[in-house]
Write a protein that binds this ligand. Sequence first.
Ligand SMILES: [Zn+2]
Length: 178
Amino acid sequence: MIMQKLIEQKPPMHWERYVWNKMCISRYKFINWLVMRGRLHTAERSVIYDPTVSPLCLLCGEADETQTHLLFQCCYSKQVLVVIKRWMNIESPGEELSGLIRSISRSRRSKFQKDACNAVIAGAVYGIWMARNDCKWNLKVPTILCIVKMMKENVRRRIFLVMPKNVSRIDRSWFQSL
Ligand SMILES: [Zn+2]
């Protein structure tokens, strides 16, 4: 029901392809939809309702847990993004989500590869959020290797399942090399 409502409220046009493509795993979509609107329920938002909540980032403890810090400025998330960008060969000077999406969108890749890159970024955002929640609720932080490995396996499986029959040979071998 909630998901249906969210699907009806479409994100800005230039971000549509980011999550609303079939390569993006369903559970990634909700978290990324919130991120696109700056509505992830981080400590920054929690302290509004409960001033006793610590505003600090759970993953590093060195800065307030804003959405931007948690996903793009934290030493933890920065390492995740470095690995992800290297894996997909994404060249983006920007660290923020909008910069990454823009770089992918403007690159000379095929639609297939752009959708795959977007699905990977969405997976990284989801993985970082899950790591943060693991820390909050289970008092443990997954290693970078662990969340990257899980995300890679999930995204590869998803792309394989939804791969169009008419995908080009270049795209197919690109996917097989991932
Ligand atoms: Zn942090």
